[in-house]
Ligand binder design. Structure first.
Ligand SMILES: [Zn+2]
Ligand SMILES: [Zn+2]
Length: 74
């Protein structure tokens, strides 16, 4: 088993692990994959903004990672 090194984002101090996980630098939510992260972004390309993940058809697992419904994005 590879050693899992947690990532940390100093501005918010949140940690996560998982190679494919993505942390949003704007709203500081952590997503299980790039595609899950994309799901909470909305608006035109030059004015992207974040939706609350719970309203973007995402669900949060016990580690705090957001996944696209209905499956784990791993
Ligand atoms: Zn965000
Ligand atoms: Zn952060």
């Amino acid at each position: 088993m590879p050693i899992r090194t947690p990532f940390v984002h100093p501005p918010c101090g949140r940690q996560w692990s998982g190679q494919r996980a993505e942390h949003c630098p704007a709203c500081h939510e952590t997503f299980a994959s790039t595609r899950a992260g994309d799901a909470h972004r909305t608006g035109p390309h030059n004015a992207r903004r974040c939706l609350p993940p719970a309203t973007a058809a995402l669900w949060q697992d016990a580690r705090g990672l957001w996944h696209r419904k209905p499956y784990p994005d791993l």
